[in-house]
Unconditional design. Structure first.
Length: 452
């Protein structure tokens, strides 16, 4: 199962503040010493402006620091304010903590978030109900346990994954081989989405009591001519549809699972087609008939005949990670140097293919003082690492990295992922993807699954 991959990197440096008092009462006692957390977002420098843009846009961040079940500190940073700067500073205390982050909170949820004093209360929050597709900026959440210790000159670091609460739907409608070869015209009259969820738990895995559903009628698709190459309805040249997750089992599809209805003129005759989103024919084997947060569902509907309902339409669903493409920066000082054994065997464009596992030794032989590296894949649904502890390290550490396909080879399905290494400079918090193949400028390897 894919771990959500929208990543914001926080550099935590705890500095002792002997003159700072802690205001939150905690029945558990033993609060630790006063400290300051400095939260730096990787690759971003800002003073009062927004972070990122588009689907990654962040205009507000709320940070909770919990000690056990109780709030040790909470602070809100909003775009346009002087405090909305990178790095962000929060007063707290030393010791084991859990940091929870809520970005772009719904305005209707602000009062409830302001009133949170315990972790249980935070985890129980549900978003306000909606009845139309979601708009940017999207609410995102993430958390990470940390142990804040005061070590002068040695900041701690932690990575927090921010997960969008919504799923992304894109839809392309194509003319099938039969109508194409026979010159049969197909014209769209409309596309409707049924059973989009109205609410979502703020935190993944929590229950949503009293869930309700709504329908979306896309009348803008009226009059579109369907071609063999495909006509974009959602996404591509038009806006995607963003909805809250719709989680359930295959056995409860009748009253819960989302589906689409396509109305069209097939050879000037009215036709209607229905199909479930992410059914048993999709590649998301772990959650058929469900929509998960932070996933992108790429729908391709092929009209093959005038057959009503499910007979004349083939709806294919490809589920891919909905990732943030990290901005690239260059180190001001030492350039990283690496050693890979065996070297990658690639063709033009840094492409390699694997049948089973791809295993190699990786060493960061030089770089900025104290630099660390991390290996990543951008398709965690279909590829994964062997031993996760071998996917990160420091200068001079040799790790054995194994990349493996997560699904059996299928000649009818093209499965790919990009592999890359990010090196972080602790002196300024900047990071960059490094070159992996001598003589080639690309900073990633495209890996395809093959049977050789």
């Amino acid at each position: 199962m894919m771990k959500p991959i929208y990543k914001i990197f926080f550099l935590l440096s705890a500095a002792l503040l002997w003159n700072t008092a802690c205001n939150n009462d905690d029945p558990s006692g033993d609060k630790g010493e006063p400290a300051v957390i400095s939260l730096s977002m990787n690759n971003i420098q800002t003073r009062g402006g927004d972070l990122y843009a588009g689907e990654e846009l962040i205009t507000q961040i709320r940070v909770y620091v919990f000690r056990g079940n109780y709030v040790d500190e909470m602070q809100v940073f909003s775009s346009g304010e002087e405090e909305f700067q990178n790095p962000f500073r929060i007063q707290t205390t030393t010791g084991p903590k859990t940091i929870y982050v809520v970005a772009n909170e719904p305005a209707a949820l602000t009062a409830a978030l302001d009133g949170v004093t315990t972790l249980n209360a935070l985890k129980g929050l549900i978003t306000p109900a909606v009845s139309i597709p979601m708009e940017q900026p999207f609410t995102m959440t993430g958390y990470k346990p940390v142990d804040i210790a005061v070590v002068p000159g040695t900041p701690a670091s932690v990575t927090i994954d921010l997960t969008r609460l919504v799923a992304k739907l894109t839809l392309k409608i194509k003319k099938g081989p039969h109508p194409e070869s026979n010159g049969i015209p197909i014209v769209l009259k409309g596309v409707r989405l049924y059973r989009a969820t109205a609410k979502a738990a703020l935190w993944e895995g929590e229950n949503v009591p009293g869930q309700t559903y709504w329908n979306h009628n896309d009348t803008e698709a009226d009059g579109f001519a369907v071609t063999a190459g495909g006509t974009d309805v959602w996404g591509g040249s038009r806006k995607p549809v963003y909805v809250y997750e719709n989680i359930g089992s295959v056995s409860d599809t009748l009253n819960r699972a989302a589906y689409i209805v396509i109305d069209a003129l097939y050879n000037n005759v009215n036709a209607r087609y229905r199909a479930y989103i992410n059914d048993e024919n999709s590649d998301a084997d772990d959650h058929n008939y469900s929509l998960k947060r932070n996933h992108h569902y790429m729908l391709t509907a092929t009209v093959n005949s005038i057959g009503e309902d499910y007979d004349g339409l083939l709806l294919q669903c490809k589920t891919i990670p909905w990732d943030l493409v990290e901005s690239e920066q260059s180190f001001e000082d030492e350039n990283p140097e690496i050693n890979v054994i065996p070297e990658f065997t690639t063709v033009e464009g840094n492409v390699t293919s694997i049948e089973n596992n791809l295993t190699f030794d990786f060493t960061l032989t030089a770089g900025p003082e104290g630099a660390t590296w991390k290996a990543s894949l951008d398709n965690g649904l279909e590829f994964g690492f062997g031993d996760i502890t071998q996917t990160y390290g420091g200068i001079g550490e040799t790790k054995t990295i194994t990349i493996k396909p997560l699904k059996p080879y299928n000649p009818a399905v093209t499965r790919t992922t990009h592999f890359y290494i990010t090196v972080t400079n602790p002196a300024n918090g900047t990071a960059e993807r490094i070159k992996l193949v001598n003589g080639q400028p690309d900073t990633q390897i495209l890996i395809t699954q093959d049977d050789h």
